[in-house]
Design a protein around this ligand. Sequence first.
Ligand code: FAD
Length: 598
Amino acid sequence: MTTTETTAIKGGEFLIRDTHASEIFTPEDFNEEQKMIRQQCEDFLAKEVWPKLDEIDSMKNPRLMPEILDKAGELGLLGTSVPQELGGFGMDFNTSMLVAEVLGAGHSVAVAVSAHTGIGTLPILYYGNDAQKQKYIPKLASGEWKAAYCLTEPDSGSDANSGKTKAVLSKDGKHYLITGQKMWITNGGFADIYVVFAKIDNDKNLTGFIVERSFGGITMNEEEKKMGIKGSSTRQIFFNDCPVPVENMLSERENGFKIAVNILNIGRIKLGVAAIGGSKATLSKAINYAKERKQFGTSIANFGAIKYKLAESAVKIYASESAHYRASQNIDDAYNAFIAGGMESGKARLKALEEFAIECAILKVHGSEVLDYVTDEGVQVYGGMGFSAEGPMDRAYRDARINRIFEGTNEINRLLTIDMLLKRAMKGTLDLMGPAMAVQKELMGIPDFGAGEEEGLFVKEKKALANLKKAGLMAAGAAVQKFMMKLSDEQEILMNLADMLIEGYVAESVLLRVEKLIQQRGEKACEIEKEMAIIYLHEAIEKAASAGKSAVTSFAEGDELRLMLLGLKRFTKIETYNLKNARRKVADYMIEKGKYPF
Ligand SMILES: Cc1cc2nc3c(=O)[nH]c(=O)nc-3n(C[C@H](O)[C@H](O)[C@H](O)COP(=O)(O)OP(=O)(O)OC[C@H]3O[C@@H](n4cnc5c(N)ncnc54)[C@H](O)[C@@H]3O)c2cc1C
C-alpha cells in the first residue's frame, strides 16, 4: 500500500467507503524482522513469565515484577516505539502492536508492561518538551525507571476531567505543590515516575505533570485486593504537597485532559490487540485439553458441542486480529503522510492516532469481549478443571475481566464511537449524510433481487456486507433525525448503533484479509480461513439485525416503523450457509494442529 493511496483513508470512513483487499495490512504481511521480534517476545514469556505466574500473583516478592520489567528492558521490549535518538528502537506502530499482542498472553506482566510503555511513557514522549524527553525517555525505554499514570480518583473514574487533585504554585514560584488522592494506579507500588493529572487553582481542566517518586510528599495504601491480574501492582496514591518543579509541567496548563484522552486512545487499540494475544494462548490450551480429556470413551474434542466452542473462539480471534492490524497500518500510513508533509514525529503520531480514534474505540471493545468469550468457553471446555484454582483457566478467566473496565469502560467506548462519528459528520470531515439519504431513497424503491448472479470471490458476502453498512446508516440516520441533539440521552440506542458499527468493521476486515490471503496463496490453501470469514460475516449480520431492530423499535412507530423493519430485513438478508459444517472444519483443523494455528 502506498502512502498516496492510504492518505485517502479517513478514520470512520469504512462505513461509507469500499476498501480493497490490496489496501489492508494483514498479519501475513509481517516481515522477517517483525517475525524475529515476535519470537523474542514469545521466548521472554516462556523464560521469564510463565514459569513464575504463581509467584508473580502471590505478590510475596514486591521486587519480582520490577525485575521482570528490567529483563524486558534489557531485551529492548520496553523501547520498541521510542525513537532511536531517545534510546529506543524507533519501530513503526504495527510492530509495537505485535509486541503488545504477544506479551498480551503474559497475564499481570502484560498489564505492567503496557502501563509502563503506554500510559506511563507516552505522555512524556508525545507531549514532553526536549529537556523532559532527554531526561526521562531513555531511562524509561531501558526500564531503569518504571512509570505509572495517575488519572483516576475515588470520585472521578469515567468522568476523568472531574478530578479534585490540586496543584498550587509555591510562594517562590519554583514548584507546583500537588495534593490529592489517586486510585487504581497500575505499577503504583514500584514506579519511579508518575504522570499525574491535577487542576491548577480553580481551573476547569486538568494539567499534566511529571512527578518523580523522589520528590517526596507521596504516600500510598497497601496493594489492592483484586479479582484478577493479582500480580499487577495497583495502589491508591496520596500526594501531600508533593513539590514538582515548574519545568515538570507537561505541555501547557489545562492541556491535561486532552493528553489523558489521546494517550488512552493509543492504549485502547493496544489493549485490544493484547486481548487477542491472550485469547490465542487460552484457546490453544483449550484445544489441547479437549484432545486429551476423554469422556464416554472418546476425546471430548470429538463432540460437536465442544467443536462449536473451539471454532467460535477461533473465528472471533481471527476476525478481531484482522481488524486490529488493518487499523494499525492505517495509523502508520497516516503518520508517514504527516511526516512527509513536514510534521514533527510525536505530533504526527498523535494526529494519526486521533484520526483513527473511532477504530481504536471499536477495537478496545471488540478485543476485550472476544477475550471474555474465549476464556469463558475455555473454562467450559475444561469442565470442573476449568473451575479449579489449580488449572490454567482460573487465572485466564479472572485476568480477562478487567479489560472491559480500564482504558475507558466498554460502555464509554461504545458511546464514543458513535459520538466521534457524528461529530465528524457534523464537521463535514465524513460525508455520512449523502450515503444515509441514499439508503432512505433505496428503502422507498424496489428491492434489488439481482444479487448472487455474478461469479467471483465473496461476491455475495460483499453485497451482504454493503447491506449491513446500509442497515447501520439507516438506523443511525433515523435516530439522529428523531432525537437531534438529544440523541446522547438515548444510550440504549447508541449502544445498539455502536454494535452495528463494530460488527460491520470487523466483518469487513476479516473478509478483506482472507481475500488478500487467497490472492497470495490460492483458494485451496485458504479453505479454513475462508470458512472463518463467512462464519463471522453471518454472525455479524445476525447481531446487526438484532441491534438494529432493538434500536428502531425504541423510537419509531406505525408506518415509519414498518418501513424500517422491512428495510432492516432487506439489508440483513444473507443466503443461508451450513455454518455447522463450516465450524466443524475450523475445529477439526485446529484439533489436528493442537493449537490456534492461524
Ligand atoms: C486493575 C485496575 C487498574 C487500573 N489502572 C489505572 C491506572 O493505571 N491509571 C488510572 O488513572 N486509572 C486506572 N484504573 C481506573 C480505570 O480506568 C477506571 O476504573 C475506569 O475508568 C472506570 O472508572 P470507575 O471505576 O470509576 O467506574 P465508574 O466511572 O464509576 O463506572 C461505573 C459503571 O458506570 C458506567 N458509566 C459511567 N459513566 C457512564 C456514562 N456517562 N454513560 C454510561 N455509563 C457510564 C461505566 O461504564 C461502568 O459500567 C484502573 C482500574 C483498575 C480496576
